[in-house]
Each structure stands twice: as structure tokens, then as C-alpha cells.
Design a protein around this ligand. Structure first.
Ligand code: SF4
Ligand code: SF4
Length: 302
């Protein structure tokens, strides 16, 4: 009898524990979110303070090397040649095999041009890929190159290099500079006075940096894209130029209207008619007979 009770008791325990286990499983499926993130198909959002890979705003960097000096593990290497104020970039690398993502390199930068992003994907089977060059371009930019060549030619007592095709040098001005003083003022008015508040009102948009890279590459600024020789649609500059044009058109309109108001009114045209002394109708001054009442009249000279 005791054996039968034990037999059915075991069956009851098995069923009870199975039901309890299934209840826990069901709770997990119905209430809790999945614990395993199916990376790389899904990614967890990183914290706002996350310190990931670096980016460099190369156009702002002055090669002071303060970031490299602040790095506790010496993983930043910067090489460039200084041509006066112009920089010829060679490398700006970070060795991520050594980097401890401490962020010590960011605060010393006087130009606020090196930043840490939330980007963390850098796994690679190749050790060489762990050394990242932050430069967008190397060497000299096209405009800087001409300036450096002109300075070197001047130092060597040679003629300066010719300006690029399609650019006419201005007497007394820099090669390619064709802006009149009025144009310079209008451009500065648009760029420095009008567009900043408009950009701020539109959520901090910098119109001069609105562009589309036709090859789909990503650049931080238009200067970087142009320095890298990437084809771009510069619709931000186009908007600036339209506003320039409207301001110039308005200025010309106001100027012409002001001049027209200062001019004396033209004299009224000399009359060629007179009134018939009989019927008072208007007849030519030289008429000898009125065309209306047929009376004979004396002609008037002048
Ligand atoms: S985050 Fe730290 S370790 Fe990495 S480059 Fe900057 S200073 Fe060096
Ligand atoms: S501290 Fe800033 S400006 Fe100086 S080299 Fe580093 S990134 Fe460039």
C-alpha cells in the first residue's frame, strides 16, 4: 500500500514541478525583455558619457601636440611640416592597442578639435587596423599648396607659379581673389550677420557646411570634403549666394530709386496746339481754318 502511495506521490511531484517550471518560463516570455542582444543585428544604446573612438576636426587642428603630451600611454603620434602658418599633414594616429579610453587627450586641446564618439566597432583580425589615422587628408590643400609654392619661388627669386586654369589674377590682389569691396561687405553681411541667427533658429545649422557628397562618403565639413577631392553638391553655399544676390539686387534698386528722386523732373513738352477763338476746340498752332467750326483763323508761330 505504501509503495502505491509513493508511486502516485512521485507522479504528482513531477507534474507539480513541471507546471511550476513552465509558469516561470511563461513569465519570462510574457513579461521580461530578452536578455541576449543579437549583435550585430541589434545593438544596445551606449550611455551618453561613453568614450569610444576619436574623431579629429583637421581643419581646426594647429598641431600643438598637447593631446599627445597628455596621453598617459603615448598612443597618439602626430607628424606634420610647418610652412609658416600652413600645415602639411603627414599623420595623426591613435594606437588603439594601447589606448585606454581615458579621455585625457580631449581637455588640453586649445581648438576643441579632437573628440571621443560613441563609436566602438573596431574589431579586426589584422593588428595594423588597430592603428587609426584620424586625418581626412594628408599633404597640403590645393590653395595652401599654391601659397607655399609662391612663397618658395619668392624666396628663390623665381617667378610665382601661374594661377589655376580659369582664375584671373587681380592686380594688387591674391591669385583668384576677385571680390570687390562691395561684394566682400555683402558676403560678410550674409555670412557673419544674417546666416548665424537663421542657422540658430533652424537648430544650429551651419549653412556654409551644408553639402551632399556625391560618392556617399562622410565628411565632417565641406573643407574636409574639398581637401579630400570628393565631388560635392554645396547647396548651403548656394543658399548663401542667393541671399547675396537678393541683397545686391535690393541695394541696386534702392540706389537707382534714390538717384531718380534727386534728378529734376523733365520740362513738359512744348504744346503744338491752341484753342480756336470761335468754338474753343483744340486746333494745331499753324492751322489757318478751324477743323471743327470751319472759321478762318490766323496761324500762330512757335
Ligand atoms: S583616450 Fe587616453 S589613452 Fe586614448 S589617446 Fe586619449 S589620452 Fe591616450
Ligand atoms: S591638442 Fe588639439 S590642436 Fe593640438 S594637436 Fe591635438 S588635436 Fe590638434
Amino acid at each position: 500500500m505504501g509503495g502505491i502511495r509513493e508511486y502516485f506521490g512521485n507522479i504528482s511531484d513531477a507534474l507539480t514541478s513541471t507546471v511550476k517550471g513552465m509558469a516561470v518560463t511563461w513569465q519570462h516570455f510574457s513579461k521580461e525583455p530578452p536578455i541576449t542582444v543579437q549583435y550585430p543585428r541589434a545593438r544596445l544604446a551606449v550611455a551618453p558619457s561613453y568614450r569610444g573612438l576619436h574623431i579629429l576636426e583637421q581643419a581646426k587642428c594647429i598641431d600643438c601636440k598637447l593631446c599627445a603630451k597628455a596621453c598617459p600611454v603615448d598612443c597618439i603620434e602626430i607628424e606634420s611640416v610647418h610652412h609658416g602658418r600652413i600645415l602639411e599633414w603627414q599623420k595623426f594616429t591613435i594606437d588603439y592597442k594601447k589606448c585606454i579610453f581615458c579621455e585625457f587627450c580631449i581637455p588640453p586641446c586649445p581648438k576643441d578639435c579632437i573628440h571621443m564618439t560613441s563609436e566602438y566597432e573596431m574589431a579586426s583580425a589584422d593588428n595594423g587596423h588597430m592603428v587609426e589615422d584620424l586625418l581626412t587628408w594628408t599633404g597640403l590643400r590645393a590653395n595652401d599648396k599654391r601659397e607655399v609654392e609662391a612663397a618658395e619661388a619668392k624666396k628663390a627669386g623665381k617667378a610665382p607659379p601661374p594661377p589655376p586654369e580659369g582664375v584671373t589674377p587681380q592686380p594688387g590682389g591674391p591669385a583668384g581673389g576677385n571680390a570687390s569691396p562691395f561684394g566682400t561687405v555683402v558676403t560678410s553681411l550674409v555670412k557673419d550677420i544674417i546666416m548665424p541667427p537663421i542657422g540658430l533658429a533652424l537648430g544650429g545649422v551651419d549653412f556654409s557646411n551644408l553639402f551632399i557628397s556625391l560618392k556617399g562618403e562622410t565628411f565632417k565639413s565641406l573643407a574636409d570634403a574639398q581637401a579630400a577631392g570628393a565631388p560635392t553638391l554645396n547647396y548651403g553655399l548656394f543658399i548663401n549666394n542667393i541671399i547675396n544676390f537678393l541683397i545686391v539686387a535690393l541695394a541696386v534698386f534702392l540706389l537707382v530709386r534714390a538717384i531718380a528722386r534727386l534728378m529734376p523732373p523733365p520740362p513738359p513738352p512744348a504744346s503744338t496746339t491752341r484753342d480756336c477763338p470761335y468754338c474753343l476746340s483744340s486746333i494745331p498752332k499753324a492751322a489757318t481754318r478751324c477743323a471743327h467750326c470751319t472759321s478762318q483763323v490766323d496761324p500762330v508761330k512757335g
